[in-house]
Design a protein around this ligand. Structure first.
Ligand code: GAL
Length: 671
């Protein structure tokens, strides 16, 4: 007997040629004449992929059980007619008014008991049984209607799950939290042990006694806070999985995803965990206009997204052509910045470049958010840049499917982020991302690619591994990191790493418990710095935030503190380990200090820039399975820059002459 294999969805990439290009398309905001003009403009811009119907529920189902599909049928047919593929949304990111009126219990509740009302979007809690029934209902109706539609290439499930609200404190959420805890711990004494409830009379007799960590006279139990974070991240994904189960049933061959918001601003969802349930990783990224180094934050977001994708190509599902509408002051992008941003995402592994949104709204709260078609129409800088970008992406088709080359890994863990920033820590100035991003920045400036990876990731093949303020860590992950050093990598671990286990229980016997042996140090006591204070280190470097009483236990001191009461105490150490080494950094050096640590680490590990280039040029290299390599060089300065590389420059179609124009980008097929 032949057993039938469970069919798995096709790859979205099978349906799309080259680098996909497009954005969110909200045709329901426009009359038929504009929708027809859209088709022409899309062809002019080279659009190939659109997300459709994200906020369309109220128009698709204007009253319970009454459906209006004519407009969406027409849109889908017309898009298919011009060869555009669609990521069709489940339309569930904004419940219609009739549903809220009938079932106000679907609304989210905040920690102080406030019910978040309708009139905006995302006004539901993922644990509401009623909401799930209606959401799976509209999802099934959409799936049945469009299952054989030639434009359908991907399901866009809900939208930015956890955006606006990511913690849910209502009655149904509390019940779901209790059930989740019961599954996690099996019995209440296991939970008591994990939460350390012997402290402050917090012992529980049953799961029924447990509440979400809402508002209380003083600091709440850290185990309870950590589990509530885990629960909320899980609850959003559980809701996603319920919608996907319907889609799998009706359209087993169509892949599903939801758009993440991986960046330095999104803390609440464990995207490494979520990745297991997504058929392709899609990310939304918005620049912070006020950040003078916004291209570095973009690079961090893209490197993190690639890490979440396990190195596979991913979809940039949203970014902006120019200004957004939700920052305090919404500066437009500078000339050429949109191209640099888009190609920076491609350089870091995106095989699709999409925007919020296709046509700029004339009404609603996002009317001053830029789009591919601006209010001013075709005779605008933004439109010309949109058309040019479409042409540029066409020329980058050979890059599709190649992977970013990187010999450096920065370990990143949402759980450690959560645990390290729960209250009552030695210093409020230890922010999970600060040191990590300082290292990422120094590597970015040096043209060295970095993979941002989970602590359990396979670390073979990395010559340099950075572990920054990884406060909590499992034994397995600590062993994984130690194995990388033994196998030949240069591994650097910073202060406030390996302090706690996954229950946020301190690892006893001297800090940093999980890494003490690997590093050959023992930390006796923390000496966090007072606000605004700096320390001088023995080699003249300056640091802030943190110092501590480090004892050598097998490592050598490379640099020491110089000030009372830690004069002569090591601030940077190194221990040879197997074929590699383990460094320990016991303070937060300033930018120059970080750069000099990075230079030492690069020298020892033999890692170099992707190419020799003038300062201000961002560099990465993608390599295809057949060994072809593509060097991306993005000039963030306003004068032309040189890059030492040779080959065909894909955007111009000419041989690369060694120069990247001011504010320009080159992509060199090397060889
Ligand atoms: C995203 C969202 C889009 C749009 C965009 C504006 O968070 O998914 O629908 O609101 O922001 O920047």
């Amino acid at each position: 007997m032949i057993l039938q294999e469970t069919s798995s969805p096709a790859s979205v990439w099978n349906n799309i040629e080259g680098i996909a290009y497009g954005g969110d398309y909200n045709p329901e905001q426009w009359p038929a004449s504009v929708r027809l003009e859209d088709l022409e403009l899309m062809q002019e811009a080279g659009v190939s992929f659109l997300s459709v119907g994200i906020f369309s529920w109220a128009l698709l189902e204007p009253a319970e059980g009454t459906y209006h599909f004519a407009w969406l049928d027409e849109v889908m047919d017309n898009l298919a007619g011009i060869g555009v593929k669609v990521a069709l949304a489940t339309a569930t990111a904004a419940p219609p008014a009739w549903l809220v009126r009938k079932h106000p219990e679907i609304l989210p509740v905040t920690a102080d008991g406030t019910v978040l009302g309708p009139g905006s979007r995302r006004h539901y809690t993922p644990s509401s049984a009623v909401y799930r029934r209606y959401a799976t209902g509209i999802t099934r109706v959409l799936a049945e209607r469009y299952k054989d539609h030639p434009a359908l290439a991907l399901w866009h499930v809900d939208n930015e799950l956890g955006c606006h609200v990511s913690e849910f404190y209502g009655e149904e959420d509390t019940a779901a939290f209790r059930a989740w805890l019961e599954r996690r711990y099996g019995n209440i004494e296991a939970l008591n042990a994990a939460w350390g409830t012997a402290f402050w009379s917090q012992h529980y007799g049953s799961f029924e006694e447990i509440l979400p960590p809402a508002v209380a006279p003083s600091t709440l139990n850290p185990g309870q806070q950590l589990d509530f974070q885990r629960f909320n991240s899980w609850a959003l994904m559980d809701y996603y999985r319920e919608l996907v189960a319907v889609l799998r049933e009706v359209t087993p061959g169509v892949p599903c995803t939801t758009n993440l918001m991986a960046s330095s601003a999104t803390k609440s969802m464990d995207y490494f965990d979520w990745a297991k349930d997504l058929d392709v990783i899609a990310n939304d990224h918005y620049l912070v206009a006020a950040d003078p180094e916004r291209q570095i934050e973009l690079a961090f977001s893209a490197d993190l997204t690639r890490g979440i994708a396990g190195g596979d190509p991913w979809i940039l599902m949203e970014h902006s052509t120019s200004a957004v509408n939700w920052q305090p002051r919404n500066q437009p992008k500078m000339p050429g910045e949109m191209l640099r941003n888009s190609l920076a995402h491609v350089a870091r592994g995106a095989d699709a470049v999409m925007f919020f949104q296709w046509r700029q709204s004339f009404a609603g709260s996002e009317k001053f958010h830029s789009a591919m078609v601006p209010h001013g129409g075709r005779d605008t800088r933004v439109w010309r840049e949109v058309v040019d970008l479409g042409a540029a992406l066409k020329r980058l088709a050979p890059v599709r499917g190649s992977r970013v080359e990187s010999r450096v890994a920065i370990v990143f863990d949402y759980e450690a982020w959560w645990a390290s920033e729960i209250d009552s820590k030695p210093s409020i100035d230890v922010k999970y991302l600060d040191l990590l991003r300082a290292f990422h920045r120094a590597l970015f400036l040096r043209g060295v690619s970095v993979d941002v990876v989970h602590p359990s990731a396979i670390l073979d093949g990395y010559d340099l591994v950075l572990v920054c303020t990884l406060y909590s860590v499992t034994d397995d992950a600590a062993a994984n990191i130690a194995a990388a050093a033994a196998a030949g990598a240069t591994v650097l671990v910073s202060y406030f790493s390996g302090i706690a286990d996954k229950n946020d229980h301190v690892r006893l016997g001297g800090y940093p418990g999980a890494f003490r042996e690997l590093l050959g140090v023992r930390v006796e006591e923390f000496h966090p710095l007072l606000a605004g204070t700096q320390l001088k280190l023995s080699d003249g470097a300056v640091s802030s935030v943190w110092s501590e009483h480090v004892h050598l236990a097998g490592a050598d001191a490379v640099q020491t503190f110089t000030e009372y009461p830690l004069e002569g105490v090591p601030s940077l150490t190194r221990r040879p380990v197997g074929a590699g080494s383990a460094w320990y950094l016991a303070t937060f050096p300033d930018r120059d200090g970080i750069e000099s640590v990075v230079d030492r680490l690069l020298e020892e590990s033999g890692v170099a820039a992707a190419a020799a280039a003038d300062p201000g040029v961002e560099l990465t290299r993608r390599r295809s399975d057949d060994g072809r390599t593509f060097l991306f060089a993005i000039n963030h300065t306003r004068s032309s820059a040189t890059v030492q590389a040779s080959g065909a420059e894909l955007l111009s179609g000419q041989a690369f002459d060694g120069t990247v124009p001011a504010g320009g980008v080159v992509v060199i097929a090397e060889g």
